[in-house]
Write a protein that binds this ligand. Structure first.
Ligand code: CU
Length: 128
C-alpha cells in the first residue's frame, strides 16, 4: 500500500519536473537576441526612456531627432551617435554589462538639454 502511494506521488510530480527541465533547456538554447529600439528625441526629453535587454544581447538603436539635433551616448562607453532632423542615426552594440547604465544627449540642443537622458537596463541571461 505505502509503495503504491509513493508510486502515485512520483507519477504526479514527474510531468512538472520534466516541464521545468525543458523550460531551462529552452532558455539556455535561445542565446543572445537582437533588441531593436527606435528613440524619438525632442527638446525636453526622449520619448523612449528605458531600453531592456539581457546580457549579451545585440542592441540596435535608431535615433530620430524630432526638432533640433540630438545625441545619444551611453555612459562609460564610446557608444555615441548624433541625429539631425530628417537624418536619423543608428548604432549597434552588445549589452555586455549588468544593471542600469544611463544614456544622455551630447548635442547642446537648448535649455532642456540637461534633462535629456534615459536608461539601459541589462539583466542576467534568463532573468527578468
Ligand atoms: Cu541635448
Amino acid at each position: 500500500m505505502t509503495r503504491k502511494i509513493f508510486q502515485l506521488i512520483f507519477v504526479l510530480l514527474l510531468p512538472g519536473a520534466a516541464a521545468a527541465r525543458l523550460s531551462a533547456t529552452a532558455s539556455e538554447v535561445a542565446g543572445p537576441k537582437r533588441v531593436d529600439v527606435v528613440i524619438d528625441a525632442r527638446m525636453g526629453g526622449y520619448l523612449t526612456q528605458v531600453i531592456r535587454a539581457s546580457r549579451g544581447d545585440t542592441v540596435h538603436v535608431t535615433l530620430r531627432a524630432m526638432d533640433s539635433a540630438h545625441g545619444f551616448r551611453v555612459q562609460g562607453t564610446d557608444i555615441e551617435v548624433t541625429a539631425y532632423p530628417g537624418i536619423p542615426a543608428e548604432v549597434t552594440f552588445v549589452a555586455d554589462w549588468l544593471g542600469g547604465r544611463e544614456w544622455y544627449c551630447t548635442f547642446d540642443c537648448g535649455p532642456t538639454h540637461g534633462q535629456m537622458s534615459g536608461m539601459i537596463v541589462v539583466t542576467p541571461v534568463g532573468g527578468d
